[in-house]
Design a protein around this ligand. Structure first.
Ligand code: SAH
Length: 204
């Protein structure tokens, strides 16, 4: 998976490639999806949600420029796969999931797998997670029409934030923001397709 689908498409960061080799993706998908666990596309995980495509996980992770000391906030835990990849590369990962059932099962899975540096919370990621802010890096794995204000506030000076920006059910633009004082420098990375970032006002 890593050689054929990730490195060949341009992810070069050695630490990210090694982390992608270490995290067993088949342990994050439902039993009947296991034969496809290492193919390069998203898979359904139930409750209308997906596990992200491996290449996109690697690419978004690379954009965060993690060296090992960081506290990272992830919005959209899903099954916990991206959180596990981040935990291989950073000091601490806080991950927020709006569907309580998914938060519970991801938390249990990650504990079972031995991850001690991931904390999964059920909640609305539009609000970030103020208790442990500010963050060196923030990754949003669901698409939003704009960057939630709380996430901008909870990003450290010099921090990186990656998020798919666009309307639901459309192709979105993966955006990298870098914070310099009160300014956010924006780079458009590529076109992507993610499930929508819901708000707590949406019907569950
Ligand atoms: N990071 C996952 C991908 C999850 S898909 C992986 O590693 O594969 C996106 C997830 O975002 C879904 O589980 C969805 O329920 C969750 N989500 C949607 N809106 C949210 C919100 N406002 N706050 C937190 N999680 C949200």
């Amino acid at each position: 998976m890593v050689d054929a689908q990730i490195e060949s498409r341009g992810v070069r960061n050695r630490r990210v490639l090694d982390a992608m080799r270490r995290v067993p993706r088949h342990l994050f998908v439902p039993e009947h999806e296991k034969p496809d666990a290492y193919d390069d596309y998203p898979l359904p995980i139930g409750l209308g949600q997906t596990i992200s495509q491996p290449f996109i996980v690697a690419q978004m992770t690379e954009l965060l420029e993690l060296t090992g000391d960081e506290t990272v906030l992830e919005i959209g835990t899903g099954c916990g796969y991206q959180a596990a990849v981040l935990a291989e590369l950073a000091k601490q990962v806080l991950s927020v999931e709006i569907i309580a059932e998914l938060a519970d099962s991801a938390r249990e899975r990650l504990i079972r797998m031995g991850y001690k540096n991931i904390h999964v919370h059920a909640g609305d990621g539009n609000l970030g997670w103020p208790d442990t802010a500010p963050y060196d890096a923030i990754i949003v794995t669901a698409a939003a029409p704009r960057v939630p204000e709380a996430l901008k506030t909870q990003l450290k000076d010099g921090g990186r934030l990656v998020i798919p920006i666009g309307e639901p059910d459309c192709t979105q633009t993966l955006v990298l923001l870098r914070k310099h004082g009160s300014k956010l420098d924006k780079t458009d990375v590529e076109l992507v397709r993610f499930v929508p970032l819901r708000s707590s006002a949406d019907r569950q």
